[in-house]
Design a protein around this ligand. Structure first.
Ligand SMILES: [Fe+2]
Length: 376
């Protein structure tokens, strides 16, 4: 069953909010193409934590890097341009999804309605920055995953109430001499999970200067919890989310939180691709998802076969033989590759808006799933 966007009526119902950064400001923006020299502000390499740093085996994923600290990536103008496209009528009307984990998500819009966003993530300079931080050459996972948006909106009253409650509680705990962060025991947005794709880059498109919480918690190799700060507007975080159990902690004190998540896979066809579709099947147009998944996976296979054939022919031309055991190992690997691909393309069992429980690592965390907005 192919998942489709939510109905126009529910879109209208959900559009009862105003972006904090007004559209008047966006109207003054031009329509120039994405220009890395003008729209990117990346300068200093952010601090990164390696798999080893967080107590996991170095070969856990496809790169030694586990996660980065937030780093400035986009100019304010670039953020405004992306907001303008993301919050356009076409995107809100045609690309909106929701699940029991997220109140509002926008997906699969970049190659149809958001040329600036598309160019941002396809640009070689952007890819070079993400690849440099990730310590592996990366490309965007699939067009459908470019610029995935999570939107969480609260009224100004709710925001003020949250800030007041936080302040009261902090004051009470200070008075009572209770040590530790008053936020420490709060609930996550979504349970422990791993992502479907090797790497993600999360970019903030909202002003989060008053935000409390909103970190990403990672489970280290020793079972301890490590928190990484959430990014501020125009900033980004890179995470090898396919291989690290993590959860997004709640963010309070912001009326609007729009984050953009773009996923990446290795560029080199011989590097393993552990992509699954578990988290995205219920919130995707399945035909589109399966087409794009098949296309890039078959391209990988095509390239692998081409290389194998070249080796065979070259060996033959100089009178050498390629060892049969090597050939058989190659074939076995490709059989697994195809079998994995086939099993990911589930048909007829996908429930729209429901992420399978096997993704959420409830047993390990001991916590219960909550129907809260999933932001990451
Ligand atoms: Fe995640």
């Amino acid at each position: 069953m192919a998942a489709t966007a939510v109905s126009p009526a529910s879109i209208e119902a959900k559009r009862n909010w105003s972006p904090i950064i007004t559209e008047t400001a966006s109207m003054e923006l031009g329509n120039d193409e994405f220009d890395p020299t003008r729209h990117l502000v990346f300068k200093d390499h952010p601090k990164v934590y390696t798999m080893k740093d967080i107590g996991l085996p170095e070969d856990t994923g496809i790169s030694p890097v586990a996660v980065s600290e937030p780093f400035p990536l986009f100019t304010e103008e670039a953020v405004m341009r992306m907001r303008k496209e993301v919050l356009s009528a076409e995107v809100l009307g045609n690309c909106q999804y929701s699940s029991h984990l997220a109140q509002c998500q926008l997906r699969g819009f970049a190659n149809k309605y958001a040329p600036f966003v598309y160019d941002v993530w396809k640009n070689p300079e952007t890819l070079a920055i993400i690849s440099k931080i990730a310590k592996i050459d990366l490309v965007t996972e699939m067009d459908i995953e470019i610029g995935h948006i999570n939107i969480s909106v609260k009224s100004e009253e709710e925001k003020q109430e949250e800030l007041q409650a936080f302040s009261d509680r902090a004051q009470y705990e200070a008075d009572e001499g209770i040590a530790g962060c008053p936020w420490e025991d709060d609930k996550p947005i979504v349970d422990w999970h791993t992502d479907s794709y090797p790497f993600v880059c999360v970019t903030m498109l909202s002003d989060c200067t008053t935000m409390i919480g909103g970190e990403t918690a990672l489970r280290t190799g020793t079972g301890e919890i490590m928190k990484v700060r959430g990014p501020q507007m125009g900033c980004a975080v890179v995470l090898q989310g396919r291989y690290i159990e993590h959860q997004a902690l709640r963010a309070l004190g912001t009326a609007e939180r729009i984050s953009m998540v773009t996923s990446f896979r290795p560029r080199c066809p011989t590097v393993r691709d552990d992509t699954v579709l578990t988290t995205v099947r219920p919130i995707s147009n399945l035909e589109e998802l399966y087409n794009q998944f098949s296309e890039y996976r078959l391209e990988i296979l095509e390239e692998r076969i081409r290389q194998q054939l070249k080796d065979l022919r070259e060996a033959k031309s100089v009178g050498r033989k390629v060892a049969t055991y090597k050939l058989k190992a190659f074939l076995e690997e490709q059989e697994k590759f195809l079998s994995h691909m086939n099993s990911e393309m589930v048909d007829g069992e996908v429930v729209r808006g429901t992420i399978e429980d096997n993704l959420l690592l409830k047993k390990k965390s001991g916590s219960k799933s909550k129907k809260r907005p999933r932001r990451f």
